[in-house]
Design a protein around this ligand. Structure first.
Ligand code: SF4
Length: 446
């Protein structure tokens, strides 16, 4: 049993974020709410009065890391209020409460209530029982607005434009954790972008759970209208997208992007498998041939585009031949990076109940081969840029390398450059000299 009150005038709040860019965005929203209520933010490993752990449930690893972070926060200050929020809290609130002893378990679409609920708990003499606030999926009908006034340690701004997913891929728990598709009003998106650009953010990364579902208030395909509006907005240098579902990249949409001065030619197209049979079992709505056609259409407009993807290995029933097919398909596409995920059974999804689960040792060895391919392809992609001069949008000092700074090209190549003074958000021309694996090294061009 834990007892305690937080003391007036010493409210410190620490945030730990797991998972995706939408979670990062929502953590910043909660930070803004706490700071508006008089709390001050401290680093995640500091002593705090309140810890907010924004959890992830996309894989078993997400669940496990979320639990670890909740327990670690408790150990940093046993009398703090520990709040587990987000996707894992949404999917397994009782488990989170019992296994971690979080004081507050807060699901999705409830994050705007966090300060009110923390204050309620702080006023209680005992917090022996977790307070659980989780909304059923069918009630998650509105877009949850959170105020954002910046992004800690970043010069890029993530703009959340939609939430939820209605696709129900057979392995994915996200439609259950995040609820149905809800769109943010275009006017609110543009207002947030305008505020952030006035604060010096020059690069906007449009994010969402299923970004390509975004529609404007007239029910039209919204990404086109949004990119057109951002194109006209002063102060914005770059527009990027988070993950896109391939089948939504139509010729007119690509034509529109081809005409944009600000769009960054980096396409994260979530393939999942290069085997047609596996894609069918996954309930993905395209074949490898369709995917190849889309990549060709992208490269027809952006010949040096960076095309990255996610690949799942060891999906139930994935045979050795299907895996080889997937590997060969990825090789033939020539991605600039692959995020590799061994399949992880998620409660409540059809694939978790299928009998032909792939043994862990097989998943691990397939993941290792796919990661090896990813590294080879990244090096090959970077080598095509050696000697080229590119604008680099700088973000931060290089950790452990005093005097160096790092940033990203439009193609999302991370570049380190020695010894120049900069402000995050500055953009300089850099000659790319060398491929170093996860990044390139360059020289400032005066
Ligand atoms: S599109 Fe499929 S993989 Fe992506 S969030 Fe929706 S259900 Fe999950």
């Amino acid at each position: 049993m834990r007892k305690g009150r937080i003391v007036e005038n010493s409210f410190r709040v620490a945030f730990i974020t797991l998972g995706c860019k939408v979670n990062s965005y929502e953590t910043e929203g909660m930070r803004t709410l706490f700071e508006a209520a008089g709390y001050h933010s401290v680093p995640e490993d500091a002593a705090a009065d309140v810890y907010v752990i924004n959890t992830c449930t996309v894989t078993n690893t997400g669940d496990r890391k979320s639990r670890q972070m909740i327990r670690r926060s408790r150990s940093l200050n046993p009398s703090a209020i520990v709040a587990a929020v987000g996707c894992y809290a949404q999917m397994a609130p009782d488990e989170v409460a019992v296994l971690t002893g979080a004081d507050l378990v807060l699901g999705n679409n409830q994050k705007h209530r966090i300060v009110e609920l923390v204050k309620e708990l702080a006023g209680k003499p005992s917090r022996a029982v977790s307070r659980i606030a989780v909304m059923p999926r069918e009630e998650m009908t509105g877009f949850e607005a959170l105020p954002i006034d910046g992004f800690t340690g970043k010069s890029r701004a993530f703009i959340k434009i939609q939430d939820g997913c209605d696709r129900f891929c057979s392995y994915c728990v996200i439609p259950l954790a995040r609820g149905p598709v809800r769109n943010r009003r275009m006017v609110d998106v543009l207002e947030e972008v305008s505020c952030l650009s006035k604060k010096g953010f020059r690069e906007m990364v449009l994010t969402g759970i299923h970004l390509t579902s975004f529609q404007n208030e007239q029910g039209e395909e919204g990404l086109t209208a949004l990119v057109r509006a951002l194109e006209e907005m002063e102060g914005i240098r770059r527009i990027r997208f988070g993950s896109l579902e391939p089948a939504f990249l139509t010729e007119p949409f690509l034509d529109m992007l081809g005409g944009s001065r600000k769009f960054c030619p980096h396409f994260h197209l979530s393939l999942q498998s290069g085997s047609e049979a596996v894609l069918r079992r996954m309930n993905r709505h395209y074949s490898p041939d369709v995917f190849r056609g889309i990549v060709q259409a992208v490269r027809a407009r952006f010949p040096d585009a960076s095309v990255t993807t996610d690949i799942m290995v060891g999906f139930p029933g994935e045979t050795a031949d299907e895996f080889e097919e997937s590997l060969a398909f990825c090789t033939s596409i020539g991605f600039s990076w692959i995020h590799v995920f061994p399949y992880s059974p998620r409660r409540g999804t059809p694939a978790a109940a299928w009998p032909d689960q792939v043994p862990k040792s097989v998943k691990d060895s397939r993941a290792a081969r796919m990661r090896h391919l990813a590294e080879e392809m990244r090096t090959a992609f970077q080598q095509t840029f050696i000697g080229r001069e590119m604008p680099v949008h700088f973000e931060q000092d290089v950790p452990g390398k005093p005097g160096w700074m790092e940033g990203f090209t439009t193609h999302y190549i991370q570049v380190s450059v020695p010894a120049i003074p900069f402000q995050p958000g500055d953009c300089f021309r850099v000659r790319l000299d060398e491929s170093l694996g996860d990044r390139m090294q360059g020289t400032l061009v005066i």
